[in-house]
Design a protein around this ligand. Structure first.
Ligand code: ADP
Ligand code: ASP
Ligand code: MG
Length: 413
């Protein structure tokens, strides 16, 4: 007998039919003798709809109240799934995040899980229940409802699996695993049988939304066995999905590059004619950080005639705010010539642990883009990834040609 945590995303519980389908799958695992904890998202589109209601009333709603609203989406699906399980003769009990006591900090709309009280869940499992938990939500010390950031149900699933020391955490979604890139963009993308935690962390942080980045961090930290699977495959014909593994677990030869990630949600800002003297990076990025704007890539050019240019990227939603800070506060303060911005960029990244032991990956990437006439605006690298910033109109072309150049369509799962 194993203890399994299964998380079903929005499309997997999109309507009553799909919820009944999930109930059948859960019941089958339980009938095989396993204890099952299920984490569900809100029905697909529901979280957007709920947040949209608030935006119709206020341009800047109080984040505490946004969480009160957004958390209701998941509360509906836990009840519906339990009712579907009851109809099949199964014992099932639902829990909101607060009822479990998924304790979080108080950072509304992006709270972090601090602790999980798993006692009630264990007792329910031991008395033969399927336990159904609302994803994406928790409660802070003061009893306020919190949410964990978009896509946060993945993190609830993995955190519960860690707290319960589950044998496996299964993330059921609308694709049958982690692919070499988003299969919606490149139909030739291949499913990976396994991917390392490190690679999955990079892919998630570089834009592959198949897993929320925090869920991968949790799984790595608490050594949770994590698998991505499809909830849309016919019963009994399910594939193995993708297992997230530790590098040492993989005995066979790894491909050099495992995947290509991309992100449209960025904007670039450049300060031109910055006096080239110590402290300038701090004077530019300090006020940006104080305004709580995340900075991603940073590039400072070689100085020339005592001045230099300084570029960085921010989430696209923060573009206007960052540009205003540059123009109003930073430019006059440091005596720069001009501040400019571009919010029609994208970031494309190739990721693979094999980069550590192979040279020539960057040059193959740059040559491939050059052959298509795609201009690279910024570059950043780490041990296992190379990212480039491009004009957003090239996103799909770049991902497709890189996928081919690194022979990812030939990977055998
Ligand atoms: P859920 O609602 O189940 O949480 P998401 O929409 O959050 O599902 O994540 C699944 C989607 O992630 C897929 O439909 C796919 O378009 C996208 N995706 C992006 N990159 C990848 C990738 N490398 N492998 C698989 N899916 C990916
Ligand atoms: N319902 C939330 C969202 O849409 C959480 C999730 O689906 O994981 O972001
Ligand atoms: Mg998701």
């Amino acid at each position: 007998m194993a203890l399994i945590v299964q998380k079903y995303g929005g499309t997997s519980v999109a309507n009553p039919e799909r919820i009944k389908e999930v109930a059948r799958r859960v019941a089958r695992w339980q009938a095989q003798g396993h204890q099952v904890v299920v984490v569900v998202s809100a029905m697909s589109g529901e979280t957007n709809r709920l947040l949209g209601l608030a935006k119709q009333i206020s341009a800047s709603p109080d984040p505490r109240e946004l969480d009160v609203i957004a958390a209701t989406g998941e509360q509906v699906t836990i009840g519906l799934l339990c009712i579907a399980l009851h109809e099949m003769g199964r014992k099932a009990r639902s829990y909101t995040g607060a009822q479990v006591r998924v304790l979080t900090d108080s950072a509304f709309t992006k709270a972090r899980i601090l602790a999980i009280d798993e006692r009630n869940i264990r007792a329910d499992l031991d008395s033969g229940n399927v336990v159904v938990v609302a994803g994406f939500q928790g409660v802070d010390e003061g009893g306020n409802i919190t949410t964990l950031g978009r896509g946060g149900s993945d993190t609830t699933g993995v955190a519960l699996a860690a707290a319960l020391k589950a044998d496996e955490c299964q993330i059921y979604t609308d694709v049958d695993g982690v692919y070499t890139t988003d299969p919606r963009i490149v139909p030739e993308a291949r499913r990976l049988n396994h991917v390392t935690f490190e690679e999955m962390l990079e892919m998630a942080s570089l834009g592959s939304k198949v897993l929320q980045i925090r869920s991968v961090e949790f799984a790595g930290k608490y050594k949770v066995r994590l698998r991505v699977l499809s909830s849309f495959e016919e019963e009994g014909k399910e594939g193995p999905g993708t297992l997230i593994t530790f590098e040492d677990d993989i005995k066979m030869e790894q491909p050099i590059i495992s995947g290509i990630a991309f992100n449209r949600d960025e904007a670039k800002l450049t300060v031109l004619g910055v006096p080239d003297r110590p402290g300038i990076a701090y004077q530019i990025l300090g006020p940006i950080a104080e305004a709580n704007i995340d900075v991603d890539m940073i590039v400072q050019n070689v100085g020339h005639d005592g001045t230099t240019d300084f570029s960085f990227t921010v989430p696209r939603g923060e573009f206007q705010r960052a540009l205003t800070i540059l123009n109003d506060q930073i430019k006059p303060h440091i005596g720069a010539r001009e501040a400019v911005g571009d919010n029609r960029i994208c970031k494309v990244s190739v990721v693979g642990v094999g980069m550590r032991s192979h040279v020539g990956i960057a040059s193959r990437m740059f040559r491939t883009l050059a052959e298509e006439g795609i201009n690279i605006q910024m570059i950043s690298t780490s041990e296992i990834k190379i990212s480039v910033v491009l004009d957003e109109k090239y996103l799909e072309l770049a991902v497709r040609v890189l996928h081919k150049a690194f022979e990812l369509d030939e990977i055998r799962a």
